[in-house]
Design a protein around this ligand. Structure first.
Ligand SMILES: [Zn+2]
Length: 205
């Protein structure tokens, strides 16, 4: 075992069962790390919180809390990767309406609007303004605004369409995602689609 913070290999075992790193002097609990690693494994394998809880004998509440945290980390990984490699190839706006609401004329007001960017073969999404802002307008007026202001720069857009297809499938696994959390699910899809790695070291702290 090495230090989860700096990777140094000399560790002191403390009386309380925790470890202290000889180099960076930080302490950590191997049990906690092990639990985090199990939840992360379940997350990567796309198990539900319930399945993870049962498989590893960890309380459901702890699993849910940790997964929330993992999604935040996933979002920051996506952010970092995009910032390093700013090679924007093409982008297009997407309007996501949950399947259960398709066919409902008022669904436009609850739709999620985001911009999907292809940057050197990887996908990055920017959440745009909430459709709630349009709820004083009728459908025809909204359509007009969209047709006039649509952000679009496409050549082949293969990757972008592939992402949308992936996202539509991915998102149906989750029921009742509220608006504030939508961003994190979008980023989780992005992380998985881009095949970015997330490791235990990323989720400690
Ligand atoms: Zn250390």
């Amino acid at each position: 075992m090495s230090c989860i913070y700096c990777g140094h290999y000399i560790l002191y075992k403390l009386k309380d069962g925790n470890f202290k790193c000889a180099k960076c002097k930080r302490k950590f609990s191997p049990k906690k790390i092990e639990r985090k690693a199990k939840i992360l494994k379940g997350f990567i394998d796309e198990l539900t919180p319930n399945q993870i809880s049962k498989k590893y004998g960890i309380s459901y509440a702890s699993v849910v809390k940790e997964i929330k945290h993992i999604r935040k980390v996933a979002a920051s990984i996506c952010e970092r990767k995009f910032l390093i490699k700013q090679d924007i190839k093409e982008f297009e706006e997407y309007l996501y309406v949950p399947k259960t609401k398709k066919g409902d004329i008022n669904s436009i007001y609850t739709a999620q609007n985001f911009l999907t960017i292809d940057y050197g073969g990887k996908i990055y999404n920017i959440l745009l303004s909430s459709m709630k802002n349009y709820d004083t307008l009728d459908i025809e007026e909204i359509k007009k605004i969209f047709n006039q202001n649509r952000i679009i720069n496409i050549k082949k857009k293969e990757k972008i369409i592939k992402f949308w297809e992936y996202f539509e499938k991915f998102i149906t696994k989750f029921k009742g995602i509220n608006e504030e959390n939508f961003f994190y699910y979008l980023k989780e899809a992005e992380l998985r689609f881009n095949k970015f790695k997330i490791q235990v070291n990323d989720i400690v702290n």
